[in-house]
Design a protein around this ligand. Structure first.
Ligand SMILES: Nc1ncnc2c1ncn2[C@@H]1O[C@H](COP(=O)(O)OP(=O)(O)OP(=O)(O)O)[C@@H](O)[C@H]1O
Length: 962
């Protein structure tokens, strides 16, 4: 490691544990110390037990903690195919460089998700994921979480980020669906589908990694109140756009170009003017096939995210246009006043590029070969030199690609981002490009390594420095552990007023031709005081060397200032704005050249833009609870299951893993102020929290003492079954805060959860009881109401019936009386008429089913004679041949009398065949008997009525036979 790296060593020494603060003993630690005899002995003793080395799940249990013991343990675990190891607050992930079956399966996810104490399971990236997820539920400030995945290029950061996203997409899967451009998808699927698109457009095959991310990303997974994934957003950092037009030997361009070449159909290739076997200058190593060359997967992901076929066509045409631009070369011009012509074989490529981008070919060529100079309000056109033409061509391609990438990221965000009101917490996953050190390094590597420095600083500041400083201020006995602070390196790069970046920006903003050698001299003069920068005096190439936390890197100065300016000629922007390709129009609609030479000192340089975006990232990280995962690349050749000690030890040292283990072994990563602690865990005690009573004491110190006593009491309750040593290794009370290990936090959360579920159970019981009672009361009331209504209805009905009955009775009585009197009157009249030889009026016969009582008939009626039927029916036996007999006779009697012929209800008797019907009896309730003495009944089918005239009826005798 660089000697220039600042070695913070505040009170180096050992704390062998005896410190007892408020009843809890701080765990003994064994930080770095000179390798004396006893340590050498310990080391030997530890290493002789080789068979056991792979069993160390947590490197804090290794004793002594030295780079060698840590390395040996990791190697032993790697050899038995165990790839994850805890190193205190960080997780070390070794890259197996081959898929391991069942290491990331659904069952494994569920196992970790459902584990009551995931920390007690075997180390895994899913434990980190689950811890963060539970922290969000725990609501201990800061609630939002960040998963920082770091490591060098090819160490497995992107893989790990993908695993984390898959984990959350599984365990936090919600039922929410999103719609866009006519497609409806589950949100988790969309979030996962953003990966293949971004990797296709932002990753490339490099010397160190076949799938190297050429941009940084911070993915924010948005969770709702129920901890369900409802959306996500992606923030990207500095795409390495120079790769579009310039690739190092044995490296490739972005994956998407190769995917198009290899995966498109013949028809598509025809449309994109990419005939089989055509050579593209910007597609080197096309013969190398890697698993990321999967066009179909990218297209499917595009469809799922809502990029329709037409949009895809526009995107691929633009990409094909860029490839054609790469084949455009210029001849040198005769002199400065002449335009550079195209090389003969480039003319077709220029034509094709123009066709694919849908811009006029003449204008495209003129934009690439003629520069517009502004002098005040006047503009002058000046032919470009051959080199300038090439730069402008590259610039056009880079600008288009970078803007297309930006558009894609915005599209993805629109497609997966949830409405602000629907989510309340988030878990962020940070995957930035790893530390890079090539033979030739330029501005891209400077930015990438600067980003890694910033992340390391965050780790140092958050974990190594702040944590130790806090132990001291909180009154814990603590001996500082040495750690490498990269602050001086950061001061060198970004400090104020003078730093590499400030000088670079100054040089870029001054509108003068940049000379690499002059700039090197400037750097040397201004920054010679900083031990992190050096120069090789004998090197011919102007350069500077920076001692990063991960190693020294030589940066070439040539071209750096120009790259920092990143000028885009306004003519190019104007041309793209006029393009007939709707996507190009949209992308460049409101763009103006940021870095036009006219902007002077206000110019936004690459470095200043990148610095600003990293600053905002750091702000997010500071406001979230970080979880670190250190990915380690076990060999430089990406060979499966090959462990190179030298390679690994360099990475372990670079990320300060040994110091981290020391501090973690002795420290308590979770710190919660007393008040928050009591607020959250006070319910564990039956009669809890004076602080919660809401009467703040005037004396803050007394308050703090009270709170600390209360906290201690509470902790004692939770830890009552633990040994004293165990207690002290789990928790510690400071002056204002409680210091906890993750295990203790889980214990507390477990207790809290238990009590909450008891409370929930009680509430549920009460609620159920209340509901039961309410239901019972309601039922009773309903019964009462029903009974009342029914009795009212019955009473009403009975009243109606009574009224009806009395009406019927009185009518009946009236009618029977009328009939009776009529009958009597008829009988009287008949007698009189017999005497006087006159035909009496006919009395109508009553047709009634029940028994009929004919009583007195008040008015006399006229009897006229017999109806024909009756006359025939009652004809003498001598006329039998002419009339009916037996049953027929009876039927005709009944028909004549209009009596219903119902079987069994009436009985008709003819007792005097010579005289006619003798009687008709209703059965069984009663019968009507009609007695005819001398003549058949005339008009016997008539109803009795006041106005009826009855004649011809000699004698009717009606009697009630009940
Ligand atoms: N856990 C794993 N299991 C199997 N293979 C893995 C694992 N992690 C990484 N790899 C392999 O290592 C390769 C490199 O990993 P990855 O792309 O994640 O590296 P990186 O750290 O993101 O690199 P860069 O910084 O260049 O983007 C992957 O393509 C994959 O083949």
């Amino acid at each position: 490691m660089s000697s220039a790296t600042d070695q913070r060593n505040v009170g180096v020494g050992l704390n062998h544990g005896g410190a007892t603060v408020k009843g809890f003993v701080q765990k003994a630690c064994s930080p770095d110390r000179p390798l004396n005899d006893s340590l050498e002995g310990e080391l030997q003793a530890f290493l002789t037990n080789e068979d056991q080395l792979h069993t160390y799940d947590d490197l804090t249990k290794v004793n002594p903690v030295t780079p060698t013991t840590v390395l040996k343990c990791l190697q032993a675990r790697y050899s038995v195919k165990v790839f994850y190891t805890n190193a205190g607050c960080t997780l070390v992930a070794l890259n197996p460089f081959q898929p391991i079956p069942d290491l990331y399966s659904l069952d494994v996810m569920k196992e970790y998700h459902c584990a009551p104490q995931p920390q007690e399971s075997k180390p895994h990236i899913f434990i980190v994921a689950e811890e963060a997820y539970r922290n969000v539920q725990g609501q201990v400030e800061p609630v939002n979480q960040s998963l920082v995945v770091s490591g060098e290029s090819g160490a497995g950061k992107t893989w790990t980020s993908r695993c984390l996203m898959k984990y959350y997409a599984t365990v936090a899967a919600s039922s929410s669906v999103v719609k866009s451009q006519g497609t409806v998808e589950r949100i988790e699927k969309r979030v996962l589908d953003s990966n293949p698109i971004m990797e296709a457009f932002g990753n490339a095959c490099t010397l160190r990694n076949n799938n190297s991310s050429r941009f940084g990303k911070y993915i924010q997974l948005q969770l709702d109140r129920c901890q369900m994934l409802v959306g996500a957003s992606v923030q990207t950092y500095l795409l390495e756009k120079t790769r579009v037009a310039c690739q190092l030997a044995n490296e490739r361009n972005f994956h998407i170009f190769y995917q198009m070449m290899k995966g498109a159909t013949e028809e598509q290739k025809k449309e994109w003017m990419m005939p089989q076997g055509q050579h593209f200058a910007w597609l080197p190593n096309v013969e190398k096939t890697i698993e990321e060359d999967c066009f179909q997967e990218t297209v499917e992901a595009m469809v799922h995210l809502g990029i329709d076929t037409e949009r895809q066509r526009q995107i691929f045409r633009i990409l094909a246009g860029i490839l054609q631009l790469g084949n455009v070369n210029f001849c040198s011009s005769a002199d400065e006043s002449h335009l550079c012509n195209l090389e003969e074989q480039s003319k077709e490529s220029m034509q094709r590029a123009a066709e694919l981008l849908l811009v006029p070919a003449v204008e495209l060529q003129s934009c690439l070969t003629v520069r517009m100079l502004k002098a005040g309000k006047q503009s002058v056109l000046k032919p470009c030199s051959q080199a300038e033409c090439s730069v402008r061509r590259d610039c056009l391609a880079k600008t288009i690609y970078a803007q297309l990438f930006e558009w894609l990221v915005t599209f993805i965000n629109n497609s997966i981002c949830a409405d602000q009101s629907t989510w309340c917490n988030f878990i962020g996953v940070l995957d930035v490009y790893g530390f890079e050190c090539f033979q030739i390094n330029n501005l891209e590597q400077l930015c990438i390594n600067y980003a890694n420095e910033k992340l390391q600083q965050h780790f140092v500041a958050h974990y190594l420095r702040a944590q130790q400083e806090e132990y001291v201020s909180e009154g814990l006995e603590w001996s500082f552990v040495k750690y490498q602070d990269n602050q001086r390196c950061l001061d060198l790069l970004e400090g104020s007023p003078i730093s590499v970046f400030s000088l670079l920006n100054e040089e870029s903003r001054l509108n003068r031709a940049s000379d690499a050698q002059t700039f090197r001299i400037r750097l040397e003069k201004e920054l010679c005081d900083n031990a992190n920068i050096s120069w090789d005096k004998f090197s011919k190439e102007p350069h500077f060397t920076v001692a990063h936390y991960a190693g020294k890197v030589n940066y070439q100065i040539q071209g750096m200032v120009e790259k920092n300016k990143d000028p885009v000629p306004p003519e190019l922007i104007g041309l793209l704005q006029k393009a007939d390709n709707p996507l190009l129009q949209q992308i460049f609609a409101d763009k103006e050249s940021d870095n036009s030479p006219t902007k002077g000192l206000s110019k936004v340089t690459v470095v200043s833009k990148f610095k600003n975006s990293l600053e905002s990232l750091m702000k997010i990280l500071h406001n979230t609870t970080p979880h670190y995962t250190r990915c380690i690349k076990p060999n430089p050749d990406c060979k499966p299951l090959t462990f190179k000690k030298e390679e690994v030890i360099m990475q372990l040292e670079a990320c300060g893993i040994v110091e981290t283990i020391h501090i973690s072994a002795a420290g308590f990563p979770i710190r919660i102020p007393f008040k928050s602690f009591i607020q959250r865990y006070g319910l564990i005690r039956p009669k809890y929290s004076k602080l919660n009573s809401g009467t703040p004491s005037v004396d803050a110190e007394a308050d703090s003492v009270d709170a600390s006593q209360e906290v201690e009491e509470l902790l004692r309750m939770v830890l009552q079954y633990q040994t004293f040593e165990k207690q002290s290794s789990l928790v510690h009370c400071g002056r204002t805060k409680v210091f906890l290990t993750q295990l203790m936090l889980d214990l507390l959360e477990g207790q809290r959860g238990k009590i909450l579920s008891q409370c929930a159970f009680s509430i549920q019981c009460c609620w159920l009881r209340f509901q039961r009672r309410r239901r019972h009361v309601r039922q009773q009331s309903a019964t009462l109401i029903q009974a009342a209504v029914r009795s009212w209805l019955v009473r009403k009905q009975v009243k109606r019936w009574n009224r009806a009955a009395s009406v019927i009775q009185s009518t009946w009585r009236k009618w029977t009386a009328a009939l009776k009197s009529l009958a009597e009157a008829e009988l009287d009249d008949a007698k009189d008429m017999v005497e006087e030889e006159e035909i009496p009026p006919l009395n109508p016969v009553i047709r009634e089913r029940g028994s009929v009582q004919l009583s007195s008939i008040p008015e006399p009626v006229t009897v006229r004679g017999w109806p024909m039927g009756l006359a025939l029916a009652s004809a003498p036996s001598i006329t039998v041949s002419l009339t009916a007999t037996g049953f027929q006779k009876m039927m005709s009697v009944m028909a004549s009398l209009n009596l219903p012929s119902r079987k069994g209800e009436y009985k008709v008797e003819t007792n005097q065949y010579t005289q006619g019907v003798a009687s008709i009896r209703a059965q069984p309730k009663g019968s009507v008997k009609l007695h005819c003495q001398r003549s058949p009944l005339l008009y016997a089918d008539r109803k009795p009525g006041k106005k009826t005239e009855v004649t011809g009826f000699n004698e009717i005798l009606l009697e009630k036979t009940l």
